[in-house]
Ligand binder design. Structure first.
Ligand code: R5P
Length: 294
């Protein structure tokens, strides 16, 4: 028979202890709504950082090197990524729906590499992001580009749509060939993107004053990888970016174009989440790849 007296006595109403919820580890997100914070919590780990694996390049480049067969080259890397960034076409056809990664959907597009890249439009409805259970949608913003205003408008449209359903927006600084990737430009572009409502900003690393770029951006900055570099250079760039305030990385070619992509993503992960320095991370790559240098 149940011991009713002791059950009553065991109840604890926590009288005198104010109700609290932990502060969000994601920069600038404490005043967002529940769904938005829940999604950001899927992208960023408890340390406030993320390893995002970008393989959305096909939306303007087609089957670029390393992405000819995403099912073979990228899907096996998912266990080491916090988030996967891809188009809805690749999500639906190749990314396993059972995947527990946060999904970041490419939401802008239009021109191919054969045309003016800044002439993008919003390329999906936010209701489809809800159907896919996206943790965020991503849009290029071409500050200083030929279609700057259109691309900013694409982003603000998505920010409004995302706020309506609780989906964050990743604003991606798209640097045209004619623009310099220095702290002055990247600071301008990242700040504009955050001011106009994006909850995450993705941008390139710059050698001088990258800390100024991250400090002046009120939301998390994640570092874009860019063209494939030698292993140690890519790892050093990731380490410096995180050391100077980036909340992680969103890398593609520097991972999937490697001879040993699984080794590389684990090396990157050790930098982002374990505080490993670039030389140690390069050793991790060498160990896991059987001594490969590329
Ligand atoms: C480019 O527009 C896409 O957003 C890519 O996902 C991004 O550039 C990251 O890939 P990567 O590290 O290869 O530059």
């Amino acid at each position: 028979m149940a011991d009713l007296d002791s059950t009553v006595a065991a109840k604890d109403y926590g009288l005198g202890t104010p109700q609290t919820v932990p502060a969000s580890p994601v920069k600038g997100s404490d005043q967002l709504d529940f769904g938005m914070r829940h999604r950001l919590g899927r992208i960023f780990a408890q340390d406030g950082r993320t390893v995002m694996l970008a393989f959305d390049h096909g939306y303007f480049q087609g089957p670029t090197r390393g992405l000819e067969r995403v099912d073979l080259s990228v899907v096996p890397l998912a266990p080491w990524a916090d988030a996967l960034m891809a188009t809805r076409g690749i999500m639906r056809t190749v990314v396993p729906a059972a995947s527990d990664n946060a999904l970041v959907l490419r939401a802008s597009g239009g021109p191919s590499v054969l045309k003016e890249l800044s002439d993008e439009r919003v390329a999906m409805d936010v209701t489809d992001a809800v159907r896919i259970d996206a943790a965020a949608v991503a849009v290029q913003v071409f500050i200083g580009g030929e279609h700057e205003t259109q691309s900013v408008h694409n982003m603000t449209q998505l920010v409004d749509a995302g706020l309506a359903v609780g989906i964050p927006v990743v604003g991606v600084t798209a640097v045209g060939r004619e623009l310099t990737r220095d702290a002055r430009y990247l600071g301008l572009a990242t700040r504009i993107i955050a001011e106009l409502g994006a909850q995450i900003v993705k941008t390139y690393y710059c050698d001088e004053n990258f800390a100024h770029v991250t400090a002046a951006c009120p939301v998390p900055v994640i570092m874009a990888g860019g063209k494939k570099l030698p292993v140690l250079d890519a790892l050093t760039m990731a380490w410096r970016a995180v050391d100077q305030g980036a909340s992680g990385v969103d890398m593609g070619r520097n991972i999937f174009q490697r001879q040993h992509p699984a080794a590389m993503i684990q090396a990157v992960r050790s930098i982002v989440h374990d505080g490993v320095d670039p030389d140690e991370a390069a050793e991790i790559y060498a160990d896991l790849s059987g001594g490969a240098s590329d």
